[in-house]
Design a protein around this ligand. Structure first.
Ligand code: NZQ
Ligand code: ZN
Length: 387
């Protein structure tokens, strides 16, 4: 097991009715800005619960953060924060709103041009960001319990990430009831995103970190078990709760400790969202099968372990099990109505692989993946395989 440090300071408030407790989590003397997305919280009762809980606080609001949070909208929010001397941020939404709030937390106390934070990127250390809490309305990203974020800039077709230990939420409320109002395509996205988060940290090389590997496998199995229940029209509180906690646990830092991690699927996937606006999770389902087939030799040991321990495949040699694992993964995405070829999403895909190769080269991303040896030319080939 590799050396590691682990600190995750986010307090989780899990369960039905927990939103009410933010009245004591948000400091009484704070000037609070509640930030939300396109308005789903106004239709499902979450907005009303927040307003009720914070009725004795100094509370203002900023709505309209779009999916794949847009830099220009966030700059408007940043100006609002500065003009109104806001001291505390409250994200109420999915990964996009939470990521937007993390960017604002970092930018509020940053002196330079805000885009530099993503372009360079600039990390935010403890005490440097504006404090914030979150109320999660869409299980998927794990942003509610990690310190990373991803921001899009449509003007330049860029989607870039940053983060730092100063950007953990102080608290996050996880009420499984919020799942009732989520459209099925977004639930599917959440499952696929969390599932791929585990794979990015797991599908590398066999390691001696037995506990991390078995926690990762348990998250995959639990997501598989919860999926048909949360995709069904009948609301199942326990399935919703399991799904929600799996998503958080998939990317709160725990399973990546002491092991090597990949994240090349996300790097390529973000480009597909930037160019075509394809939902984040679906870009991962497009890239992952090609990525695992392209890097089969280095990943086959772990793929075979995934086949055995997660899918119960006992027949065949390592190569056969590893290939079956990729097929099982594809079938799982298909069971969620998520397609796994780029051509399922756009007919305008010619040139995408070249564009990604060029973008990675320009950004000096010359060695991605767990062994830091995946070149822009390799990315070209993987993306081309995914057409
Ligand atoms: O904007 P509203 O009206 O709220 O609607 C949203 C949005 O249209 C809707 N929604 C959310 N909760 C709902 C709901 N609709 C009904 N009922 C509810 N309870 O769902 C739509 C999608 O929301 P969004 O926040 O965009 O989805 P998600 O949570 O999947 O976040 C995606 C973003 O997170 C980034 C992605 O790249 C993407 O930009 N990621 C962030 C990560 C992180 N910070 O650790 C890691 C991930 O890999 C990912 O990259
Ligand atoms: Zn993701």
């Amino acid at each position: 097991m590799l050396n590691f440090e682990f600190k995750n300071p986010t307090k989780i408030l899990f369960g039905k009715g927990e939103i009410a407790k933010i009245s004591t989590e948000v400091p009484k003397d704070a000037k609070v800005l509640m930030i939300y997305g396109g308005g789903s919280i106004k239709n499902n009762g979450v907005y009303d619960q927040v307003k009720e809980a914070l009725k004795d606080h100094n509370l203002q609001e900023f709505g309209g953060v779009p999916a794949n949070p847009e830099y220009e909208v966030l700059v408007d929010a940043l100006n609002f924060i500065k003009e109104n001397n806001i001291t505390y941020l409250l994200a109420v939404g999915g990964g996009s709103v939470i990521d937007g709030v993390k960017f604002l937390s970092a930018a509020a106390n940053y002196d330079g041009e805000p885009w530099e934070i993503l372009k360079k990127p600039v990390r935010t250390f403890e005490g440097e960001g504006m404090p914030f809490g979150t109320i999660l309305t869409l299980p998927a990203t794990g942003s509610e319990m990690n310190s990373g974020y991803v921001i899009s800039r449509r003007e330049t077709n860029e989607k870039l990430s940053s983060g730092g230990p100063g950007l953990f939420p102080q608290f996050s409320v996880l009420d499984p009831e919020v799942i009732k109002s989520i459209p099925k395509n977004q639930i599917a996205n959440g499952i696929a995103d969390a599932y791929t988060h585990v794979l990015e940290q797991y599908t590398t090389a066999p390691s001696s970190a037995d506990l991390q590997e078995r926690i990762a496998e348990s998250i995959l199995i639990s997501l598989q078990n919860a999926s048909p229940k949360v995709m069904s029209d009948d609301f199942d509180y326990d399935a919703a709760g399991n799904f929600m906690w799996c998503c958080t646990m998939a990317l709160n830092g725990l399973i990546q400790k002491g092991v090597i991690t990949d994240w090349a699927v996300h790097a390529m996937g973000h480009e597909l969202t930037a160019y075509y606006g394809i939902d984040h999770a679906r870009t991962l389902a497009v890239i992952a099968p090609s990525h695992y087939r392209y890097n089969f030799e280095t990943k086959k040991g772990k793929l075979a372990q995934y086949a055995e321990r997660v899918w119960g495949i006992t027949e065949g040699n390592v190569e056969e099990k590893a290939e079956q694992a990729i097929v099982k993964m594809e079938e799982f995405f298909h069971s969620l109505n998520i397609q796994t070829k780029l051509s399922d999403y756009t007919q305008d895909f010619n040139g995408t692989a070249e564009r990604i190769e060029k973008a990675f080269t320009e950004r000096n991303w010359l060695g991605l993946g767990e062994n830091k040896n995946l070149t822009p030319k390799d990315a070209f080939k993987i993306v081309e395989m995914s057409y």
